[in-house]
Design a protein around this ligand. Structure first.
Ligand SMILES: Nc1ncnc2c1ncn2[C@@H]1O[C@H](COP(=O)(O)OP(=O)(O)OP(=O)(O)O)[C@@H](O)[C@H]1O
Ligand SMILES: [Mg+2]
Length: 1022
């Protein structure tokens, strides 16, 4: 037994319970002495069955026997072994019963339960083996539920052995002590259901490997020599499949002998050869005639029923007979001998193969040896030194090939309507990614996905395969892997050393096992110095789950502390890019993991509350950074995970709710925005400040979603009681700004935002501060702030936000608009291109609307009115689909105005009619609609009506301080007056427009107003 087993370990095990039926009756009928004899025979028959299949008897409980498979090392076929052991135990009980029946008139039977899953295994020398966990209870309960003579399997156990047995599902069992009904299967027989009779999915890729095999075959035939090709590759990579495909390409006259090495079993040495002989059946007589008597006898002994060759023949004799047979075959026709799963071969068979290849001459024989890489552990020089031998490594399939494979898997199941219904691309993609280029993993994951949905955990079959592989490692390798898995998919030797803290020889301790792990291809070198990666994602997951939580918890905490120390001393930038590994969130991740594990295994730990708060804060801080970067889905996930850990009653819930709300709003997730506020109030019951902040934020949402008007006055009254509540005040001023904005009081809105900015600075909240600065900057487009000042503000913010593309977008948009107003149209377009690129790259939906809108404004300034109209229409549609109808309506008006400027009066008039049906609109929309109507009416010659509309608009204009809007509307008004022959009024309006433009510093527009006056204006002495 491996030394590793001396320490407690978390393992995947298969537990078997066998119990005698009717033992009370037995005790009644039999004399105690005879009873003891009977029971002894029952125990030893069952124990022998368990041992033969590689299990360990954990204990005897009354007449029941509990056996465990998968200790001290797991094997991929542990479930099958347990099932076979149960089967043989039942057979032994039946035999015993048959013997006793005539003499004692008793009926003897047993029933069995088998479950597979995680358990803690403790094996202290002297005190025996102990297996603890739910798997044990499940197996015992299954056994209790099994009828006489029955073997009941749990779901995982049945799945693990499915291709080798026949089972039928029984109705889910409600087992004592189990919350949910347990799925169970009844064993029907031990018949293999050969999966490979026909490969449903066509072979993907592998042309190089097939060509190499074909080449080897041609050489063997051409040169009449013996060749040996070894195919090496990890489990499930497609070695056996490759060989099957190759055999199909062989000419008819070629002889094929194919056999597999079993993973265990007495006398298994020559079993693959015995199996191969079966394939000769038809031509056996002809071959036999050419063999000497001794060989014939030996070969017949191999194929005789029973476990192995006839015992009286020496191994050497058997080996010789096999060599003779192959020689005879090779002389007749080209012969291909396939030996699969050679990593399980007995040394004698390996020697036989090496001998035979070296010894055969003047015959065309090709040996194809198929094995997993561990063959090289047993035989480091396998195939070496032979002139006609070479090795082909079967690599993983590439991403494209895997995509193809998954598509084929889906197609092969397409008759199944449910599968088609589930064919969500993301689910398929997760199979492509999760299977790491391994076709078997893809098949198994696909199956589970089809049966249990996309979120199903990795199939137990894969875990068993990987666990078996990992269990063959030595202690040192395992120690490295367990730590590495805790660090993550990618890890460095430096991080590993941290987890050996206090151990001076860490470097030395890591070095040797690391080399071994690389050699076994369990890990590979990473993309930067001293970094490594797990070769398979699933392998990391398996190692991680098999590592004791006690250790994982401590290591996660150690890593968090170390990373925090590194970031603190500046030795390691938390955003380090050159390492190729995003360091963001690692501290929080490790703290969160440590916290969850401690919660599971030491819920009473006195340090748990402080650890929980620390983890929550780290998550919230990372979430805040993600929000700042506008990485919205990450922000939501992190903040909500932080919320889960942050204790009820912690005042941090208030600000957290606002951040979740902002992230959800920007992500167009309306339900989540409101839920965030409701949850905060639940977690801070009776907290009036929280209630107040939430009320303000709900009003902000109402404006944003266009669902209501806030009652500012009453909020302000309540707030007066909390003059120092910076957070509530900060949001209140923002709300105020939004209300003013809706009334086109841009200057006043800017003042409110400045108040909010002051509060955010007192809060020390950089997220809020930058957000407000961005908002203020955007307002510079519409507010009375002169263009030059606005451009200076943009320049300062571009410097402040440098490199932060997400928050740069609104600044760029503003800069573009302001540049356009100065007349620098090319400059404006260039800046917009940059903004658009950022918004697209970062999937910033709302920012894209702003970019499109300002593009429209700039194209309008450039005189490209048709283009501008299309851009405004697009922006309006985007705004509507983002659930923001109010700005959409203003955008519709802009679009119509561009149509009119383009000369398309008809389209503008039609559009206006549709707009009017929409009901009331905010001031900007109202002003634009009325002036448009005046223009359309004027164009149709109804000047009196047009002038009335224009005059009404001019009066309403005083309510807005958007100087460009005023200027634009006044020029339209001037045109209406001019068309009606009211030149003086027209001139006055144009002069006023020019004044507005000049005050804003919009040189392009003031120049145009001047030109208008020069052409149409009345001399006024201006
Ligand atoms: N290139 C491929 N195209 C399509 N399917 C494949 C391909 N390679 C393998 N498969 C499928 O993946 C599954 C696993 O392949 P296979 O049994 O050949 O793996 P293996 O390398 O022999 O594994 P093991 O070491 O466990 O014997 C099979 O169902 C096989 O049909
Ligand atoms: Mg295989």
């Amino acid at each position: 037994m491996n030394a590793r087993s001396a320490r407690p370990a978390r393992r995947n095990v298969v537990v078997l319970f066998v119990d005698l039926v009717g033992s009370t009756e037995l005790a009644e009928r039999l004399d105690p002495e005879l009873l003891r004899q009977v029971l002894d025979r029952y125990y030893s028959a069952c124990t022998a069955g368990v041992l033969e299949h590689g299990g360990v008897v954990e204990k005897y409980i009354g007449d029941a026997i509990m056996a465990v498979f998968g200790v001290p090392v797991s094997r991929e076929d542990d479930a099958l072994r347990a099932i076979r052991a149960a089967h043989s135990a039942l057979a032994a009980v039946h035999t015993l019963g048959a013997e006793l029946a005539p003499t004692h008139g008793i009926h003897l039977d047993a029933h069995c339960g088998i479950a597979s899953g995680e358990a803690m295994v403790v094996d202290m020398p002297g005190s025996g083996l102990r297996v603890i966990g739910d798997t044990v209870n499940t197996a015992a309960r299954l056994q209790g539920a099994a009828k006489s003579g029955e073997i009941l399997l749990g779901d995982d156990a049945a799945r693990l052995a499915r291709s080798h047995i026949r089972v039928e599902e029984v109705p889910p069992l409600s087992l004592k002590g189990k919350a949910k009904p347990v799925r169970a299967w009844r064993l029907l027989s031990l018949e293999a259901t050969d999966q490979h009779q026909d490969d449903d999915v066509p072979l993907i890729g592998r042309s190089d490997e097939l060509a190499q095999l074909a080449h080897a075959y041609q050489r063997v035939v051409r040169d009449r020599q013996c060749g040996l090709v070894t195919l090496l590759g990890e489990p499930g990579i497609g070695k056996s499949r490759l060989v099957r495909e190759f055999l199909r390409t062989l000419p008819e006259h070629a002889t094929v002998l194919a056999g597999q090495c079993p993973s265990y079993g007495a006398g298994a040495t020559f079993r693959p050869i015995a199996e191969a002989l079966q394939s000769l059946r038809g031509s056996w007589t002809g071959v036999a005639a050419q063999l000497d008597a001794m060989s014939l006898r030996a070969l017949q002994g191999l194929t005789a029923p029973g476990d192995g060759p006839s015992t009286e023949l020496h191994v050497e004799e058997t080996a010789r007979s096999i060599r003779s047979l192959i020689e005879v075959l090779g002389q007749q026709s080209p012969t291909v001998v396939v030996l699969d799963n050679l990593h399980w071969a007995e040394p004698t068979l390996l020697e036989l193969i090496e001998d035979t290849t070296a010894w055969l001459a003047d015959v065309s024989v090709l040996f194809i040896c198929v094995a997993r890489p561990e063959l090289l552990d047993i035989r480091p020089n396998w195939g070496g030194g032979m002139s006609c031998a070479f090795t082909v490594e079967v690599p993983r399939l590439g991403q494209e090939q895997m995509t193809c494979l998954v598509a084929e898997l889906a197609a092969s199941r397409s008759a199944d309507a449910e599968v088609v219904a589930q064919s969500a691309d993301t689910a398929y993609l997760s199979v492509v990614r999760g299977s790491d280029g391994n076709p078997l993993f893809a098949e198994l994951m696909f199956e589970v996905m089809v049966e249990e949905g996309a979120d199903a955990p990795p199939p137990p079959t894969i875990q068993a395969l990987l666990a078996a592989r990992l269990d063959r490692l030595g202690d040192a390798e395992r120690e490295v892997l367990e730590r590495a898995a805790t660090i993550g998919q990618t890890f460095t030797t430096e991080e590993l050393a941290v987890l050996w803290s206090g151990d001076d020889v860490a470097d030395l301790a890591i070095d040797v096992p690391m080399r071994q792990l690389l050699r076994q291809r369990l890990i590979r070198r990473g993309s930067y110095p001293s970094s490594f990666q797990f070769a398979q994602t699933l392998a990391r997951e398996t190692v991680y789950t098999m590592t004791r939580k006690e250790l994982r918890g401590a290591w996660h905490l150690q890593l968090a502390d170390w990373l925090a120390g590194q970031a603190h001393t500046g030795q390691r930038d938390p955003d380090e890019i050159e390492t190729g590994q995003p360091r963001h969130g690692e501290i929080a991740h490790h703290l969160e993991a440590a916290c969850r594990i401690t919660h599971e295994i030491h819920p009473g730990d006195p340090d748990l509350p402080s650890l929980t708060v620390r983890a929550a804060r780290a998550l919230i801080s990372d979430g805040g950074q993600a929000l700042y970067r506008k990485d919205l889905s990450a922000a939501i996930a992190l903040l909500e995970r932080g919320r889960e850990l942050l204790p009820r009653g912690d005042s941090g819930h208030r600000r957290l709710a606002l951040h979740i709300c902002d992230a959800a709003f920007a992500h167009s997730d309306r339900d989540r925005t409101y839920a965030a506020l409701d949850i905060a109030e639940e977690l801070l019951p009776g907290d009036r400040r929280c209630a107040l902040t939430c009320a303000i934020q709900r009003d902000i949402l109402a404006i944003r979603f266009g669902t209501g008007r806030p009652a500012l006055a009453s909020l302000r009254n309540v707030l007066a009681e909390y003059p120092d509540d910076d957070l509530s005040w900060c949001r209140f001023h923002q709300l105020d700004a939004m209300v003013l904005l809706a009334q086109d009081q841009i200057g006043a809105a800017a003042i409110a935002l400045r108040e909010a900015l002051g509060r955010s600075r007192s809060l020390g909240d950089r997220y809020e501060e930058d957000r407000l600065l961005g908002g203020l900057c955007e307002l510079a487009q519409w507010s009375p702030m002169p263009v030059r000042e606005g451009l200076e503000l943009c320049a300062s913010l571009l410097a402040r936000f440098a490199g932060d593309r997400a928050i740069l977008v609104p600044v760029l948009v503003t800069q573009a608009r302001l540049l356009g107003l100065t007349g620098d149209i090319p400059g404006a377009r260039e800046v917009l291109d940059t903004a658009e690129r950022y918004a697209t790259d970062l999937h910033l939906g709302l920012a894209s609307i702003a970019v499109t809108q300002v593009r429209g404004l700039v194209e309008s300034l450039a005189g490209q009115h048709a283009v501008a109209a299309t851009l405004f229409e697009r922006a309006a549609a985007m705004s509507r689909s983002a659930g923001q109808p109010a700005p959409a309506r203003a955008l519709d008006c802009y679009a119509l105005r561009e149509l009119l400027r383009h000369g398309d009066v008809r389209a503008a008039a039609d559009g206006l009619e549709r707009l009017d049906a929409d009901g009331r609109s905010p001031l900007r929309g109202e002003l634009l609609t009325t002036v448009l109507r005046a223009l359309v009416t004027s164009a149709s010659g109804h000047h009196i009506e047009a002038v009335a509309l224009a005059t009404r608009t001019a009066e309403r204009l005083r309510s807005t301080d958007d100087l460009c809007l005023r200027g634009d509307v006044l020029i339209d008004v001037a045109n209406v007056y001019h068309a009606a022959g009211r030149t003086v009024d027209a001139t006055d309006a144009a002069i006023e427009a020019k004044r507005c433009y000049t005050a804003k510093g919009a040189d392009l527009l003031s120049g145009r107003a001047r030109a208008w006056l020069a052409t149409f204006g009345e001399e006024t002495g201006e």
